[in-house]
Ligand binder design. Structure first.
Ligand code: BG6
Length: 482
């Protein structure tokens, strides 16, 4: 019963990105458009995509489309990975842009030029002993699958994803051990455009479509696990959920119960299916509360068998903030957050984008997840989106970011001492990239600064922030020196 005081040997320190937010070259090398390429830049991004008139345009005089250029990583990946290596990254989490491999999503033959790009990217990581960690699908569904097929509510997408997963797993399994099937699969609860390719005109406002899309994704995820394990039983294939620790506002049992349901439905529902291999007992209650008629869903016995037999090996999750449930009264201002809101927690401060900063909440999250699933955990996103100031001498003193990350790493150490099995940590946007929720460049997470502004102006030069040198020491000391 010894208390573990240290990060385990071989702990996967690294950083995380997603293809659509940094690669750019959105129509180069045979790549087709993805849903991310249709999202405009600016704080109204979600509101626009959630409006009835949204119609997946790739160009319009009214908006900018920052994902088209990203940070030009497609052309500069060698320089970027060299900088990750300089920080001592043990791993690098990135995603494969589906529409680079299957430009329209429904082809039978993959685009060889797209595969060659990831050959080079993976080899570049391996050159520095950086273990690649791949998200198969991160908010970048080929646009055609959203427009012509209506997104994930259509069962045809299972076979298209299966084909995509098969191609990339087969090509890279001898070089890549760690995989995740879908980024933040539960985020569709509030915003299904990015993870399910569903907008109001294709039924996003009907929860039946969201549940059907989840089911199709659960089957697709199970197929990817099956394919991966058949290729190599040692592959580690995880799920990936958006986790926001959730507190009841007060001891009122009504709020406590509402919060319990929030945890069950938002934080746990998808992971329950992917980790335990079956729908949780809360499913019927959740469907009823969202006016979903279970007989309207297409779920076959074969699907359920596949899901039961192909559960994930670990749980990847993002953690940025916590939230508060209050259904009995209005307690002050509402807050925004990682696709979810809630009321303000009087004990916490918020980021400039209104996300409530809560390192202790991460220790709680780690305990909650490990208590429930008893599977290794991987924090594959965490960080502070903030505006950075470049000094005259080029320095960037981002002590606020260092403070945020330091407190969260301390919380991780606390959870390890609590007995949690934590395998790695990849802070989000290790290099500045386009924000998913607002399309802004000025919402920066990186250790590496990229000279590019919200209007798309800048040299794209990379430079090291203070946090770069700090994180290098953290990795060197395996989390001892914070
Ligand atoms: C997660 C996503 O929700 O949060 C990332 O997986 C995203 O794609 C990250 O970028 C941070 O959110 P944002 O909106 O600040 O970019």
């Amino acid at each position: 019963f010894d208390i573990k005081k240290k990060f385990p040997d071989g702990f996967l320190w690294g950083g995380a990105t997603a293809a659509n937010q940094l690669e750019g070259a959105w129509d180069k090398g045979g790549k087709g458009p993805s849903i991310a390429d249709t999202l405009p830049g600016g704080k109204e991004r979600f509101a626009i995509a959630n409006s009835q008139k949204f119609n997946w345009k790739l160009d319009s005089k009214e908006y900018t489309y920052p994902n088209h250029r990203g940070i030009d990583h497609y052309y500069r990946f060698k320089e970027d990975i060299k900088l990750f290596a300089e920080m001592g990254f043990k791993c690098y989490r990135f995603s494969i842009a589906w529409s680079r491999i299957f430009p329209q999503g429904d082809e039978e033959i993959p685009n060889e030029a797209g595969l060659r790009f990831y050959d080079r990217l993976i080899d570049e990581c391996l050159k520095y002993d950086i273990e690649p960690v791949i998200t198969i699908s991160h908010y970048e569904l080929p646009l055609n699958l959203a427009k012509s097929y209506g997104g994930w509510k259509n069962r045809d997408l299972i076979k298209f994803y299966e084909r995509f997963a098969h191609v990339v797993l087969e090509r890279y399994h001898s070089k890549v051990r760690y995989w995740m099937t879908f980024n933040e699969i539960n985020s569709a609860f509030h915003f299904p455009v990015m993870s399910q390719g569903l907008v109001p005109s294709s039924g996003a406002n009907d929860f039946t479509n969201i549940v059907q899309s989840w089911h199709n994704q659960f089957v697709a995820s199970a197929l990817a696990v099956k394919i991966g394990h058949e290729l190599d039983e040692h592959l580690q294939i995880g799920c990936m959920i958006l986790y926001a620790t959730s507190y009841a506002y007060d001891a009122n049992p009504i709020n406590q119960y509402a919060n319990l349901k929030q945890m069950q439905d938002f934080n746990f529902f998808c992971a329950d299916v992917q980790v335990r291999g079956k729908y949780p007992q809360t499913t019927a209650r959740m469907l009823k509360e969202h006016d979903v008629d279970p007989t309207a869903l297409e779920i076959t016995d074969k699907d359920l068998e596949l899901i039961a037999q192909n559960t994930v090996d670990y749980i990847g999750f993002s953690y940025y903030m916590s939230r508060v449930t209050d259904v009995t009264s209005e307690h002050g201002e509402g807050v925004s957050g990682n696709l979810i809101g809630g009321v303000a927690n009087p004990f916490l401060k918020s980021s400039d984008w209104g996300w409530q900063i809560d390192p202790k909440g991460l220790q709680i999250a780690l305990n909650e997840l490990y208590d429930r699933y008893q599977k290794p955990l991987f924090i594959v996103e965490n960080g502070l989106g903030a505006k950075d100031i470049v000094e005259k001498d080029g320095a960037i003193h981002d002590d606020y970011r260092i403070g945020y990350l330091k407190q969260h790493i301390e919380a991780m150490r606390g959870a390890i001492a609590d007995g949690v099995d934590l395998m790695g940590y990849t802070p989000w946007g290790c290099i500045d990239l386009v924000s998913a929720s607002t399309g802004e460049m000025s919402k920066r997470y990186g250790f590496i600064y990229v000279d590019l502004d919200d209007e798309g102006k800048g040299t794209l030069d990379r430079s090291r922030k203070d946090s770069f040198y700090w994180y290098k020491k953290v990795i060197e000391s395996n989390g001892e020196e914070l």
